[in-house]
Design a protein around this ligand. Structure first.
Ligand SMILES: [Zn+2]
Length: 323
């Protein structure tokens, strides 16, 4: 894959606006870039609405226009629960903290649909397919998305099945481009960690990034390739730097020299299961003290040399994973 001169021209022109939109909205710069470059038809995400975002909306819309995109905003605000992941909608003027949906697309109609379909899928998971189709997700991953719907309302299923872990169950190994366990460059969850269409998407994105921001592109590639992840949910993981001795795709032993906690459920969601969150922080504390982590199907143990600092039983053999 090589950039054409027309693509280079567009990238030069739009990239400053992309950076401004990211700064003002906290939307994903990768997705904005892919939407502008016509590598995906539209994008939408739910963003925490604070006074700053409220006052930035007009400016976000202006920068989007400069980059050839239209902005649409949801008509409601949403309170998101964890671990259920269920959206409760309230009026935008409601005083409870919550998220709003921002959608960007080359036409007004598509952007409006982006915000509306996102709303529909969060209220009822069966709309996920329609939303994903509009966002340009690969058909194989869309089918996988439908499978993720949590029809039986199991409260441990996060509103839907834990997508990264369901992907893992379907994979024999994984390609570094699709490493959603560190920082994902994909807007969707891949049907497996060797999904060819998803790999192509990331390759294309990295090609654009290499051209507009080589430094950030190397930084992203490093994240995809280097750290080992102790993974609970899309908002909660602890990255470890060191040597991984794998026993299965989801378990193993790691001798590490540095950790990078990313436990964000408390800010990602408006309501959090405090017991789970406290346990993850306990693991974080032990990891800071220790230098070796062993994850089996049943247990998660932290050691300092031979001394065991923490031993917790896993409720499910897949949570947490060591990847
Ligand atoms: Zn796929």
């Amino acid at each position: 894959m090589l950039l054409t001169s027309a693509q280079k021209k567009t990238l030069n022109k739009v990239y400053p606006s992309v950076q401004k939109i990211v700064e003002l909205s906290h939307l994903s710069g990768a997705e904005i870039l892919m939407t502008i470059m016509d590598s995906k038809p539209a994008m939408a995400d739910a963003i925490f609405l604070d006074a700053k975002l409220q006052s930035n909306l007009k400016e976000i819309s202006n920068y989007a226009e400069t980059a050839g995109l239209c902005l649409a905003i949801s008509k409601y605000k949403y309170i998101v629960n964890s671990p259920q992941g269920i959206f409760k909608e309230v009026a935008i003027s409601d005083s409870h903290p919550g998220k709003i949906i921002l959608a960007l697309a080359p036409t007004k109609d598509k952007a409006r649909k982006g915000a509306d379909y996102y709303h529909a899928k969060m209220i009822d998971g069966r709309f996920g397919y329609k939303f994903g189709k509009l966002m340009g997700y690969p058909e194989c991953c869309l089918k996988f998305g439908t499978y993720l719907n949590n029809q039986d309302s199991n409260p441990d299923n996060f509103g839907f099945k834990n997508p990264a872990i369901e992907s893992l169950k379907r994979s024999n190994h994984f390609d570094w481009h699709l490493n959603v366990f560190t920082i994902s460059l994909l807007p969707h969850y891949p049907c497996s960690f060797t999904c060819a269409k998803s790999i192509k998407y990331v390759e294309r994105l990295l090609m654009y990034m290499d051209y507009v921001n080589k430094e950030q592109s190397s930084f992203l590639k490093d994240y995809l390739k280097t750290p080992i992840s102790l993974y609970w949910t899309c908002a909660d993981r602890i990255l470890l730097y060191g040597d991984l001795k794998r026993t299965s795709l989801t378990t193993g032993e790691v001798k590490y020299n540095k950790i990078e906690p990313m436990l964000n459920s408390n800010t990602f969601y408006q309501e959090v299961d405090k017991n789970k969150f406290a346990e993850w922080h306990k693991v974080e504390g032990a990891l800071k003290e220790g230098n070796r982590l062993v994850v089996t199907d049943k247990k998660c143990s932290v050691y300092k040399g031979r001394e065991c600092l923490l031993n917790i039983n896993k409720a499910n053999k897949y949570v947490p994973d060591l990847v």
